[in-house]
Ligand binder design. Structure first.
Ligand code: ADP
Length: 285
């Protein structure tokens, strides 16, 4: 971070910056912990062209926080300075989660998912990783999930020759296969990219969500993502499902929801995800 940018942030905060450290762990942007005499802040920076990405992230953080079900870091500013776009927020000091923290996370995520509207999608498109994520509104979950989630990723994989044409099922076939398992699915406010790196347990044991790819979709989409790389522990699922119980179609839905994230990984990171993608495509479509 150059001294000019540092001075700009210091003026913006109206606090004296005492220390700046790089924070590792992000795959997209450069991140810093900024300490002042009074507080600590988290700063993400990237090229000016990513301002839109930071703006949608800031809007989602605020929307989730406004539900008062689960916290997100407070956004201080989202803007550009010279060639940089940046997102400045409160820094959350973290600790290793205990079983009881996982239980709290389960209950709070369940409360977030109880926030509903009468459509699937969101008023603005956003991103999943660096890939665009369309949130065009639909009344039907199957229409939304096939047209705004699976098809765009299948098209991308097809264009990059990661999948062949006959491995990509037509829309009608997918809609038909999904109809029975998507009965009784209501819109829930989702984090949208809930892997283990996208929550923080604060020093005082409060869960925070970070880096959302938010929209209104079926609640088990977030659960599917928590299970894709290892799971969040029994206490989390016990608490969560005491509010939103599983049903006879949960296992199949988890598979088809993981398909979206696996397609995203196939498109972002290449062929090592082909096997898992192909297995689910063949099993359900
Ligand atoms: P990227 O969008 O580049 O993937 P992330 O938002 O995932 O970046 O942040 C990178 C890392 O910084 C995360 O792994 C997380 O642990 C940490 N982090 C993110 N936001 C905060 C915050 N507000 N306070 C403290 N640490 C944070």
């Amino acid at each position: 971070m150059n001294s000019e940018f540092q001075e700009y942030i210091s003026n913006l905060l109206n606090e004296n910056v005492t220390k700046i450290n790089s924070v590792s762990g992000g795959d997209i942007s450069e991140a810093f912990k900024i300490r002042t005499s009074k507080n600590a802040y988290f700063l993400k920076t990237n090229q000016a062209s990513t301002l839109n990405m930071f703006q949608t992230e800031a809007a989602a953080l605020k929307h989730i926080n406004d539900t008062k079900t689960i916290k997100t870091p407070k956004v201080i500013a989202v803007d550009t300075f010279k060639n940089n776009a940046f997102l400045l927020m409160e820094f959350i000091e973290s600790k290793t989660p205990t079983n009881s923290d996982f239980e709290t996370l389960g209950f709070q995520l369940a409360a977030l998912h109880s926030h509903s509207v009468d459509y699937f999608g969101w008023e603005q498109d956003n991103f999943i990783g660096t890939l665009p994520q369309s949130n065009t509104l639909h009344k039907s979950w199957a229409d939304f999930y096939v047209n705004e989630r699976l098809q765009p990723q299948l098209r991308l994989a097809r264009q990059s020759n990661l999948l062949s044409g006959n491995e990509c099922p037509p829309t009608e076939k997918m809609l038909q296969a999904l109809q029975p398992m998507f009965q009784n699915t209501k819109p829930s406010l989702l984090h949208g990219d809930l892997w283990g790196g996208n929550y923080i347990i604060s020093k005082s044991g409060e869960p925070y969500l970070i880096d959302p790819a938010m929209y209104y979709g079926h609640s088990e989409v977030d659960i599917a993502m928590t299970k894709l790389f290892g799971g969040f522990g029994d206490n989390f699922y016990k608490a969560y499902h005491s509010v939103h119980p599983e049903d006879a179609h949960t296992t199949s839905r988890i598979d088809v929801y993981q398909l979206y994230y696996l397609l995203v990984h196939l498109n972002l990171f290449g062929n090592s995800y082909y096997g898992s993608v192909s297995r689910i495509l063949q099993k359900y479509f």
